[in-house]
Design a binder for this molecule. Structure first.
Ligand code: SF4
Ligand code: SF4
Length: 311
């Protein structure tokens, strides 16, 4: 029995998830039904990888409700994923060409990894065409704007991330600096969290529109406020009790916490199906959700001074 929910209710459920409960756990079976209903109309999804470590794909594999097999086989019409399918290279291009031709303006392109843009994109090729190498940059320029929307999954695709860190000889940038005439939704964090990605995908597939975005094109539903506001160590901050070493009791601000600029919900949804998250494990937040990551969030254990490092 499919449970139909309004857009308002969808957002309310997403933002009402409590600490330690994964969004997809809380929303099941609503998310499953949402994706399944959308898949009935088969708006296909193509996943491409650029300059990345595949960590965001691994993060997707960690999704629990629904499990990844059900998700990929039964729910999402995933036409191509280079890390999960045997095919690669020109087959990826073929799938993309075929999907773009068959579903003009009605498919979703998911991008994992940054876009090396220096020297005509020569540092990242994804296949061949007529005996000539095709760059990832060219593919995005050609097909990004043919998609209903591009979902930049993770820090690298969204903002350049670690492949775009200084001195950045490959000129790696985020997808939104290449795809200008199609909506680009940025899912921050390194890696992306499966809840943020699947929640966003469920929203666009279900309602056929882009969720409300912030100034960095992140869905406000999943990136609503800075971590510091809801941090369980905030009481220490208020009382001026600061940890001297990672793992100590107290606020981690003096050992490098950037939770004051990190807009994410890690303290609520946590990681690995609500097992733990950085600050609860005694590790300072690196603001991996932000465009400033990693250059302006470094050094990891360096004290953060408002306005001097992260923007
Ligand atoms: S640990 Fe970080 S996020 Fe938590 S209160 Fe301290 S500065 Fe804020
Ligand atoms: S707590 Fe900070 S560093 Fe850790 S995943 Fe969240 S935004 Fe990234």
């Amino acid at each position: 029995m499919v449970r139909r929910i309004s857009r308002r209710e969808f957002i309310r459920v997403c933002t009402g998830v409590t600490a330690g409960v994964g969004l997809l756990t809380a929303l099941e079976p609503v998310i499953v039904d949402t994706l399944a209903q959308a898949a009935e109309g088969k708006p296909p999804v193509v996943w491409l990888q650029g300059a990345s470590c595949s960590g965001c794909s691994l993060s997707l594999l960690n999704t629990v409700n629904p499990d990844i097999e059900k998700l990929l086989v039964e729910i999402i019409s995933m036409k191509f994923h280079p890390a999960l399918m045997a095919s690669a290279g020109h087959q990826a291009l073929h799938v993309l060409q075929e999907t773009a031709a068959k579903y003009p303006g009605n498919f979703y392109l998911v991008v994992e990894g940054g876009v090396p843009a220096a020297d005509g994109g020569a540092y990242c090729t994804v296949g061949e065409k007529h005996g000539k190498e095709v760059t990832f940059l060219e593919v995005l320029q050609e097909y990004g704007e043919k998609a209903a929307a591009v979902i930049a999954a993770g820090s690298c695709a969204a903002f350049g991330g670690i492949p775009g860190a200084a001195p950045n000889p490959t000129g790696t940038v985020g997808v939104w600096e290449v795809v200008k005439n199609a909506p680009v939704i940025n899912i921050g964090c390194c890696p992306m969290h499966p809840d943020d990605f699947l929640g966003t995908l469920a929203y666009v597939l279900r309602y056929g529109e882009i969720p409300e975005l912030d100034a960095y094109n992140r869905p406000k539903i999943f990136f609503p406020d800075i971590i510091h506001v809801g941090c369980p160590r905030c009481q220490y901050f208020s009382k001026g009790i600061f940890a001297e070493n990672p793992g100590d009791e107290g606020c981690l601000a003096f050992v490098g916490c950037k939770g004051m600029v990190a807009r994410a919900r890690c303290h609520i949804r946590q990681w690995n199906d609500g097992t733990n998250w950085c600050i609860e494990a005694g590790v300072p937040c690196q603001a991996c959700s932000e465009p400033a990551f990693p250059d302006e969030c470094s050094p990891i254990y360096g004290r953060y001074r408002i306005g001097e490092q992260a923007k």
